[in-house]
Design a protein around this ligand. Structure first.
Ligand code: BTN
Length: 278
């Protein structure tokens, strides 16, 4: 009973805006209206990386849709071992646990699905015009504002779970942003409500996930094409020892990027780093 009263008082404080700059688990689940995404929230002031915490919780049996959310990370990580700067109370740093019944080769679709969901949520809550650079960079005005890191645990023919990590520069000031990147606040010229944005991302991920379960990858790929700035452009792609320059012609049904080089050969990339040529 005492626990319930304490929870109630905390929720009241969280949603009454006593600390508007802070998130909380009660704040996230309040009026979220999803079926399973974000219904269970593990909230921390500071972690090394929400990816590591999510990996620990999922091995202890955390359910599908569980969210690991932190106000700051000391070693937030991006793709290819890069560092993800995570200034406290400024950005959104979270990892989502999913357990879809898919083959390991289909996992990339979930990165694209997260990218689409983030773009839809940014558009809805800020009216900015986000774009996606394959595979996982969220850009505004050609500057990076967010990224996605998908890690998975799988056998040959089955994914046990996916952890989708999302980092977004929301209210970061210029000084706290990596060179060449931007924040939503810098673009919108006003403070952004991180809670509303986070809730909208979670809702969109659930919607897109449910459509994927019913109809497969095509609807999400269609939406991805609408937000993308990679297709039709001349690009350089680096992946391990393979470096290809050519035109990004399409993505296939697994979300792989197809690049046509000058002699006309098509190269298929399931991962890699893309630079748009000027
Ligand atoms: C990228 O663009 O390279 C991906 C960046 C992903 C960063 C997020 S922040 C939350 C989660 N925890 C991490 O350590 N990384 C992801």
């Amino acid at each position: 009973m005492q626990d319930k009263i304490l929870d109630f008082l905390k929720l009241k404080q969280d949603i009454s805006g006593a600390h508007p700059e802070r998130l909380s688990s009660a704040g996230v689940t309040h009026q979220l209206h999803t079926k399973f995404i974000g219904r269970k929230v593990y909230y921390f002031q500071k972690v090394v990386s929400t990816m590591d915490v999510a990996m620990q919780w999922v091995t202890k049996g955390a359910c599908e849709g569980a969210l690991v959310l932190a106000e700051t990370q000391t070693k937030g990580r991006g793709r290819l071992g890069r560092f993800w700067s995570s200034p406290k109370y400024k950005g959104l740093y979270f990892s989502l646990i999913l357990k879809p019944k898919i083959l390991p080769s289909e996992a990339s679709i979930f990165t694209l699905m997260a990218a689409v969901s983030i773009c839809e949520a940014i558009k809805e809550t800020t009216e900015l015009e986000p774009q996606i650079k394959w595979p996982n960079d969220i850009l505004i005005q050609n500057k990076k504002v967010g990224g996605i890191l998908t890690e998975l645990d799988a056998e040959m023919d089955e994914v046990r779970f996916l952890v989708i990590g999302i980092g977004l520069n929301v209210n970061n000031d210029k000084a706290g942003i990596v060179l060449g990147a931007t924040s939503l606040k810098e673009q919108k010229k006003e403070e952004i409500n991180r809670l509303s944005l986070l809730q909208e991302i979670l809702r969109r991920i659930e919607d897109n996930y449910l459509v994927f379960q019913k109809e497969g990858p095509r609807p999400v790929l269609k939406k991805w094409r609408d937000f993308n700035i990679t297709l039709g452009k001349r690009v350089k792609v680096n992946f391990h020892k393979k470096h290809i320059e050519g035109v990004a012609v399409d993505i296939d049904v697994d979300g792989a990027l197809l690049v046509r080089d000058n002699p006309g050969l098509i190269h298929r990339f399931t991962a890699g780093d893309v630079t748009l040529c000027r």
